[in-house]
Design a protein around this ligand. Structure first.
Ligand code: ADP
Length: 692
């Protein structure tokens, strides 16, 4: 029963000189609705035949067909059933055609009255919108091909073809359809006559001027076109908005990604965002969730808005900041002056009152806070302020934009961080490489000398059994001394390598400097117990503020400097250790002696590795030439400086270094911290390290 030839093909065979036209689904909807409205506006009862591809398309129009059915009893609706569409004669005739019928790909609407006739006979051309199950999308861009005309003869032929199909599906309607044919198709010509007539028309030998009233049709069509235009405009506007946003994000992203300097990234981001959004003030600062405050260093200001650069911004006591952390999302406040979160903190009798003061002093009226996150980790915050006089409602698209920029800043900051880590790593690698090269140099120049001595001594002892016991003892002592020198050299070298590679873990703690000095003096005295030491004067008193350093390493520096001072000063000379509190944040320790002094051009080089004035071979003092290089690395570790001073040869030397004061303790007395002072630990650990 189903038909595999389309109605359009059949019709076009009768009117071969007609060319089908292409229609989008949207146009067919507009034309169909206009034709249906023309029926509703007309007083003449029409013959209406509508064929829908699927039941669902018919469902969207069912309401209109119920209205049309009130005008005429000659309404035929065809569709491929999907749920409960079936052959029925209830309100009008419904014809459920088979899913394999060619009608599933067609869209027809025929209207014939005594006044006018029009038809829309179309077939879907492309099946690209059908999914694997053959379902048709509702997309308005679907394409059809066919004819739409007011030509009465063509419309009647089309009606004839469709009525034939209806009778085939519903033979019981034979009489009703015959009646329709009599009423609406009386002049329907036989195929041959119709073809001849069409040829004449094509040759302009006859004219067809249907006397119709196109008004309702045209009106309806226009309103559809208008609606379509409006939708298009809206879609264009939204596309433009999206495009603008994307361009802006790209622009800012490109600008911030060009830099690997976090400060520059924040500066560019805040400027560009502020300019684009036209806010009164835009801030960006780096922070962690646990930070108490942040310092404002990057801001964008519109004209007439007061700067808050350099100001300390509350975070811990700021309920808005805390809420953003919890939300992990943007927080917008349209009117900060009425916001309960702010007024609540103001009424509470706490230090949080500062938030309301802050709003007043910075004239913040509308406030947007957007977190800068990277994989859930808070890196910073973007803030936008409107300062009035009117409040501003934050728009979703602006918030989305700021969020997108915040994401980009997060990525740029992480990128910069990764780059800086890479640089550190490179520096460490370079340091390791230098150390490796030094090891080669040491092996060549430093270790070979004592090793040769040891070898000569041991060989003599082994090969000359007649050697006197005194000489034997001398040989043994020399070998032992050089073995000890080698041991010291290896140990100092390893210490310096560790310090230079940055692998040392510092343990800064509050310390009493005078105790550290005492400890280092006792090390020096123990080490030189058999030597005639110069007079050592300790001017470091115990009433100084506590310092913050790693005790073990501090004792190492002090011992090394005192050791050198004693080494290079005769027993008639003097060594003094003193301290000055010249700067508010650190103490300056000085070890001075009246010894052999250092020439002006050597004051820096003495800190180089393996520098020894007399050269390794002529060394009389037994050092390794690494002591001052180690001291410089240690002092650098706590952020201090070390330098040498001397009036010249034989005029004595002064070695100074700085060490930071433990700031939290300035007003406190040493005794207050006594229980937490790791005095024993300090001694123990220093002993452990001072076994050189
Ligand atoms: P060393 O193990 O040789 O003492 P250092 O690195 O401690 O190695 O010192 C390097 C060189 O600096 C010494 O060999 C010496 O020439 C010079 N120097 C260090 N301290 C003094 C000082 N107090 N007076 C004069 N020269 C010094």
């Amino acid at each position: 029963m189903s038909n595999s030839t389309s109605v359009l093909t059949e019709l076009l065979q009768m009117i071969p000189h007609w060319r089908p036209q292409m229609y989008f689904k949207a146009s067919l909807t507009a034309l169909s609705h206009a034709m249906e409205d023309q029926v509703l506006a007309s007083s003449e009862p029409p013959l209406v035949i509508a064929s829908f591809q699927r039941e669902r398309f018919y469902r969207q129009e069912a309401q209109r067909y119920r209205k049309i059915a009130q005008k005429t009893d000659q309404v035929y609706v065809l569709a491929a059933p999907e749920t409960d569409f079936k052959n029925s004669s209830e309100i009008y005739e419904t014809i459920a055609f088979k899913p394999e019928d060619k009608l599933t790909q067609e869209w027809h609407l025929i209207v014939i009255t005594n006044d006018y006739a029009s038809c829309l006979i179309c077939e879907e051309r492309t099946n690209s919108d059908q999914d694997q199950n053959g379902n048709i999308s509702m997309d308005n861009s679907r394409r059809f091909e066919g004819i739409w005309t007011f030509d009465r003869q063509v419309t009647q032929q089309a009606a004839n073809l469709l009525l034939n199909r209806i009778v085939a599906y519903r033979p019981e309607l034979h009489d009703k359809i015959s009646q329709a044919r009599q009423q609406y198709l009386p002049s329907a010509l036989l195929n041959e006559e119709f073809k001849i007539l069409q040829h004449k028309k094509a040759a302009n030998l006859t004219e067809d001027s249907p006397d119709i009233n196109p008004d309702p049709f045209v009106q309806r069509l226009i309103s559809y076109l208008q609606a379509g235009q409006y939708k298009l405009l809206k879609a264009n506007r939204s596309l433009e908005g999206k495009e603008h946003k994307e361009r802006l994000i790209n622009h800012i992203t490109t600008a911030i990604r060009r830099s690997l300097d976090p400060e520059e990234i924040l500066h560019i981001a805040v400027q560009k965002l502020g300019e684009e959004l036209g806010v009164c003030r835009c801030l960006v600062y780096r922070c962690k969730e646990t930070d108490n405050t942040a310092k404002i260093e990057h801001e964008f200001l519109n004209e007439g808005i007061s700067s808050i650069r350099g100001q300390t911004w509350p975070l811990k006591n700021n309920p808005l900041f805390q809420e953003v952390i919890e939300l992990r999302d943007a927080l917008m406040i349209d009117n900060a002056q009425n916001d309960p979160r702010i007024t609540k903190t103001a009424s509470a009798d706490t230090e949080d009152q500062s938030l309301e003061t802050l709003i007043t002093s910075c004239s913040i009226l509308s406030w947007l806070l957007v977190p800068i996150l990277y994989r859930g980790r808070l890196l910073g915050m973007l803030e936008l302020h409107h300062c009035g006089p009117n409040t501003v409602s934050w728009k979703n698209e602006d918030i989305a934009l700021v969020n997108a920029i915040a994401t980009q800043i997060g990525v740029a900051l992480i990128q910069a961080e990764a780059y800086s880590n890479l640089q550190d790593l490179n520096e460490q690698l370079e340091a390791l490489d230098r150390t490796r090269s030094n090891l080669v140099a040491i092996t060549g120049h430093e270790l070979r000398t004592p090793l040769s001595t040891i070898q000569v001594c041991l060989e003599s002892l082994a090969t000359e059994p007649d050697m006197s016991p005194e000489l034997r003892q001398v040989m043994l002592n020399t070998a032992l001394q050089d073995a000890e020198r080698m041991r010291k050299l290896v140990q100092d070298f390893l210490t310096l390598s560790q310090l230079e590679s940055g692998r040392i873990k510092w343990h800064p703690e509050p310390l009493d400097l005078s105790e550290c000095v005492e400890l280092s003096l006792s090390h020096v005295r123990t080490r030189h117990r058999n030597d005639n030491l110069p007079e050592i004067t300790n001017l470091v008193t115990s009433d100084l503020p506590l310092i913050k350093a790693d005790g073990e390493w501090l004792v190492e520096v002090l011992a090394k400097l005192l050791d050198n001072a004693c080494k290079f000063t005769t027993s008639q000379g003097d060594v003094t250790i003193s301290v000055a509190h010249a700067q508010p944040t650190n103490l300056e320790v000085t070890v001075s002696d009246t010894g052999r002094g250092i020439e002006a051009n050597r004051l820096e080089t003495v800190f180089d590795r393996f520098y020894q004035e007399e050269g390794a071979l002529r060394r009389s003092t037994g050092g390794t030439g690494l002591g001052l290089a180690i001291c410089r690395q240690i002092v650098k570790g706590w952020g201090g400086h070390i330098w040498a001073e001397s009036e010249g040869k034989d005029l004595g030397s002064k070695f100074h270094f700085t060490v930071p004061i433990f700031l939290d303790s300035i007003p406190k007395r040493k005794a207050d911290l006594e229980p937490s002072m790791p005095k024993n630990k300090l001694k123990k650990s220093s002993k452990k390290r001072s076994n050189k």
